[in-house]
Ligand binder design. Structure first.
Ligand code: G4P
Length: 529
């Protein structure tokens, strides 16, 4: 019985993240979703507006706001019969590695598109990442209260550019000042929009049936007539929703609305709770682990410095993959090969950090990390397997870090290695000299690193330009050939924070030559933890 209860609880979990281009409305939707989850009382309380628009000089403030972003990193709330876990992803593209890893911890994604703009660059990039695991995608076309592009054209663009079939679940009636609401194709209902209700949960104003004469009264006969004609075309020309294709990541249900006006977000949530998958299995080096496996297991996908700078500890975010965490339980830390008792994990119910008594497959818990936990670490109930698939990406920007006070070399190295374990930056130590080189995906990361070295490690450092274009992780089964490669290419080789051999190429031409010259060596663009 007990077991059946646990299985029922697991099946209620929906763990998802929002992917979008900055400004499409992710923050606004998050706010409305929390409103529906009764996690907040009025919209406008989640976080400061425009957190994606930080200019470089604003990042200190962003540091301060991290206090808030730790608690909003994971938000758990009930909706319908489900318990929903929404994982926030940093909006700023300089932190996109964090975003990528967060996407390994969810079972589905909501793609938000600004309906005036259509598919944008970052959405494209993030969709590529969700493809790696065939993550099911729901789509929300946002900002219908403004003049938008033709909805059919938007669906075509998603299909062409993102290679995913679209199945409209709702269809907009007008847009901008003329936005009247949506037709729910599946339920054969018209749901009417009223402007100026964005801060509250609106009562749904529903007209049953497209042919209902009330439609004329509500939106006028001309619009009613053209809506019926349009829908005939739309339903004929577009895909029907197919749950199997959705679960395979090949088809996305599409909803229309306005996050600001809090209209349509609940239709999307209905779809999420009804169709999005319960916690999915994860691959390990010893086979698959399913959510229903009785024994507890989980992996770390993100580490974040604590909001309170006086406490040096960090929070390691764990996705529970199977079984159940209970307070005080003993876990096996696979990489260290030893048992640890976890008595003070935190959960994120209703956006608030609170001590976790219990968490189950699909949930996220936060572990206090005093330097022993790294991104990618696996925790189990005694088993020695490791979860696969949490990537490090080859950085695209490099700087040499120099000390103001040369006597602090040791602290600097320690600080950088810890920051790299946390995923804040990647560190490389060339084989031929004592330089410390940091690599990042976005330039803002360098400022953050220098600031954190100063505040957390008491090391004053500066960074300077260095002539490196890209990095590749190197591997070869044949150790003799690897040795030879290390000798011949030593000028360009370095060890990363976890002692993996890396080739630092001054130019792409140089990299291509190295790949040609050393056919036995594999060069990787990503490294799994
Ligand atoms: P993001 O997290 O994806 O970056 O987007 P965010 O929610 O912050 O929204 C970006 C801007 O778009 C905000 O404007 C927000 O109010 C607006 N917005 C979001 N949803 C809608 C919608 O449904 N309709 C309309 N008309 N606007 C919407 P802002 O705070 O004024 O900032 P900005 O315009 O200066 O960027």
């Amino acid at each position: 019985m007990e077991n059946q209860n646990l299985l029922n609880e697991i099946n209620k979990r929906r763990t998802f993240a929002i992917i979008s281009h900055p400004d499409a409305g992710k923050t606004t939707i998050t706010e409305k979703v929390l409103l529906f989850g009764h996690a907040i009382q009025t919209a406008g309380t989640v976080k400061g507006r425009g957190s994606d628009h930080h200019a470089k000089s604003d990042w200190m403030q962003m540091e301060q706001e991290r206090g808030i972003s730790v608690t909003t990193s994971v938000m758990q709330f009930p909706y319908a019969d489900c318990i929903v876990n929404l994982l926030d992803t940093p909006g700023h593209e300089d932190f996109s590695e964090d975003t990528y890893r967060t996407l390994t911890a969810v079972d589905s994604c909501l793609m938000v598109i600004d309906a005036a703009k259509g598919v944008e660059a970052r959405t494209r990039k993030l969709m590529e990442v969700t493809r790696l695991r065939d993550t099911p995608i729901l789509t929300f076309m946002n900002k219908l209260d403004r003049d938008t592009r033709d909805p059919m054209e938007l669906l075509d663009e998603v299909e062409d550019e993102l290679k995913i079939a679209c199945a409209p679940i709702t269809w907009p009636i007008g847009c901008g000042k003329e936005f009247k609401g949506v037709y729910h194709i599946q339920r054969d209902e018209i749901i009417l929009y009223k402007s100026g209700q964005g801060h509250t949960i609106q009562e749904r104003r529903v007209i049953e049936g497209l042919d209902n004469p009330q439609v004329e009264q509500a939106i006028g006969s001309a619009l009613a007539q053209s809506l019926r004609e349009e829908l005939e075309l739309v339903i004929g020309a577009s895909n029907e929703f197919d749950e199997e294709l959705f679960l395979a990541g090949e088809l996305t249900p599409v909803f229309f609305g306005t996050a600001l006006g809090n209209f349509g977000v609940d239709h999307m949530l209905d779809g999420l709770t009804e169709w999005a998958p319960a916690p999915k299995p994860r691959q390990t080096d010893l086979g698959e682990v399913t959510a229903q496996d009785a024994k507890f297991s989980g992996f770390i996908f993100k580490i974040q410095a604590n909001m309170d700078p006086k406490h040096r500890d960090r929070i390691a975010f764990m996705r529970v993959v199977s079984g159940e965490y209970t307070k005080g339980m003993k876990m096996h830390h696979v990489r260290l090969g030893k048992g640890v008792s976890i008595s003070d994990a935190v959960t994120f119910m209703a956006g608030d950090r609170s001590a976790a008594e219990r968490a189950i497959a699909g949930d996220i818990i936060g572990l206090h990390n005093h330097g022993t936990i790294q991104i990618g670490d696996t925790f189990t109930q005694g088993d020695a397997f490791k979860f696969a698939g949490i990537p490090n990406f080859a950085p695209e920007m490099f700087r040499r870090i120099r000390l103001k006070d040369p006597l602090k070399q040791k602290q600097l190295q320690k600080g950088l290695i810890q920051l790299s374990e946390e995923g804040a930056v990647q560190v490389f130590r060339p084989l031929r000299n004592n330089d410390l080189i940091v690599g990042a995906v976005g330039v803002l990361q360098f400022d953050v690193v220098v600031h954190r070295l100063k505040t957390e490690y008491k090391v004053e450092a500066i960074y300077e330009a260095i002539h490196i274009a890209t990095a590749r992780w190197c591997a070869c089964q044949d150790s003799r050939k690897l040795d030879e490669f290390q000798r011949k290419a030593s000028e360009h080789l370095a060890l990363d924070g976890a002692d993996n051999l890396t080739y630092l190429a001054p130019t792409m031409v140089n990299l291509n030559l190295a790949i040609e010259r050393h056919p036995d060596i594999e060069f990787f663009k990503t490294r799994e933890h």
